[in-house]
Design a protein around this ligand. Structure first.
Ligand SMILES: C[S@@+](CC[C@H](N)C(=O)[O-])C[C@H]1O[C@@H](n2cnc3c(N)ncnc32)[C@H](O)[C@@H]1O
Length: 272
């Protein structure tokens, strides 16, 4: 597979531009579960300057502001920035690319990226950029999904595509989605970017969705890469995938909701 970082970036950008509301509804309650441990890992406290990278609807920025930090959120999608500004009008959000932050050196006491790194064509560049905008002694933390064997929602959709669909559809090739689900890879990424004392923690999270097709709809309408994979399937194949997902979800269904374990890893490091 040959990586196509530019095409991949454009594909991701177009995707995020079209789903702010769907993402908020389907994922907000899930990615929000990592915020407290993420901010703890970055040691965010009152009086600090804090940067939320790939801020999406602005959840991390909002929580850091509640802690008393002076906050800036940056995201490359104007639609996401607009949504964050609408949800949290008291906080500053700006357009900007995580791989080329439009910010000076050493401006922030802490920075974090909640489930952003797996969407980047050049994640190494984003780690170097996070390092650059921190002051010495500043901390950076990022979160990623655990592997699909543990993040049940991803496991179910990927197994269904593997069984009934065409998993090698024509999509711009990006870095592996689960690359940083490996603790060693997180450590290596942080060290190569110049961070010291890398630390890893694990967070248990539960994704609550409407029973039956809540997961299928969330994956098809409120993600980028997985949505691309699903939407590229023929309608008859897509029906088979949806049925296979319904079948596997029964085990996790309680009345009209499914509850899916979706653990995350949080990696952090210090700029020396
Ligand atoms: C999975 S969402 C995470 C949103 C938010 N951090 C949260 O806690 O839910 C990924 C976000 O990364 C943004 N993003 C993807 N690639 C980016 C890039 N190169 N630079 C900045 N933001 C990017 C998307 O627009 C999207 O808002």
């Amino acid at each position: 597979m040959i990586l196509e970082p530019e095409k991949f970036r454009n594909f991701e950008h177009a995707g995020w531009e079209s789903i702010p509301a769907g993402y908020h509804d389907a994922f907000g309650g899930l990615t929000g579960q990592s915020i407290r441990p993420l901010l703890d890992a970055a040691r965010v406290k009152s009086g600090m300057t804090f940067l939320d990278i790939a801020s999406g609807p602005g959840y991390v920025a909002a929580e850091a502001a509640k802690r008393g930090a002076t906050v800036l959120g940056v995201d490359f999608s104007p639609a996401m920035v607009a949504q964050a500004q609408q949800l949290y009008p008291g906080i500053e959000f700006r357009e900007g690319d995580a791989e080329q932050l439009p910010l000076g050196n050493g401006l922030f006491d802490a920075a974090a990226m909640n489930f952003g790194i797996l969407h980047l064509g050049h994640p190494e560049k984003a780690l170097v950029e996070a390092h650059r905008v921190l002051r010495e002694g500043g901390r950076f933390a990022f979160s990623v999904w655990a592997k699909p064997e543990e993040t049940i929602g991803f496991g179910i959709v990927l197994r269904a595509v593997e069984a009934y669909g065409e998993p090698r559809v024509e999509l711009p090739e990006g870095p592996p989605f689960f690359r940083f689900s490996d603790a060693e890879e997180c450590r290596r990424g942080l060290i190569v970017a110049g961070f010291e004392s890398p630390m890893l923690t694990r967070v248990s999270q539960v994704w609550r969705l409407p029973a039956e097709d809540g997961l299928f709809n969330a994956m098809k309408d409120s993600t980028v890469r997985t949505a691309g994979l699903l939407r590229a399937q023929k309608p008859t194949v897509l029906n088979k995938i949806r049925d296979a997902m319904r079948e596997e979800l029964q085990e996790y269904t309680k009345k009209d909701v499914v509850e899916l374990p979706m653990p995350a890893l949080i990696a952090s490091g210090v700029k020396s």
